[in-house]
Design a binder for this molecule. Sequence first.
Ligand code: SF4
Length: 257
Amino acid sequence: MRRSRDIMEKVGYFMQPQHLSVNDGQGIRTLIFLAGCPLRCKWCANPEGFTATEKKDLVYKMSVEEILSEIDKQRIFYRQSGGGVTFSGGEATVQDDMLRTLSKILYDEGLHLSIETSGYFDFEQVRDILEMMDTIFMDIKLMDSEWHRLFTGQGNELILENVKKVAALGKELIIRVPVIEGVNASEWEMLEIIRYVKEHVPSPKMEFLPYHTFGNYKYEKLDLSIDDYDFKTPSQEYMLLFKNKAISEGVSLVSYR
Ligand code: SF4
């Protein structure tokens, strides 16, 4: 397919693409991380993606052409595994023009597309992008808006409304919950989230992700302080308890980990 120079030279801000991922959708995938995020989760593992700006060795200015050439290297794996491309972040919809351009090119080529999103976006502004996705992973972190604001910098009303709107698109929708002791790892909090999903998502599917500290080294590198919260990874017993709660409420579980 012929693509105009203008499109191929368009630039955006990206973290290093991750190839051969099996954790973020079906088959073998390439993860494209777009920088920029309206939230500031206290536990964020990708703080380099807070803003859509270049950061030495962490966030790069890349053109559509460069991103497509990264994707091209892996095409053989997508075909053989039923995989494709997953857009992640940051919050991928912040650079909506770039995300739209890449999605449109890959959609027209018939690639399997997924997005991981915080759900914090203007739905009408990105509806066309979401409609090109095969699978949408969307987070719910907390049901109480004030707690949500305390831990992420924003209330959760927009996210909860967007869950309903995205569900109505009829795409495969997987609600992800980062499970964090000190934030949301209680039976009643999980039950509230599970029941919201059950009420508003037809054929509900969820994935529970235990908190990890793999990104902590980046705070030092970026000269950012880590708030002194006592977050912990939940025990396997707790994770099992929450998963069983979801199943007993009629929610299907997915796990790509
Ligand atoms: S939504 Fe994701 S990328 Fe944004 S601050 Fe929260 S954890 Fe980090």
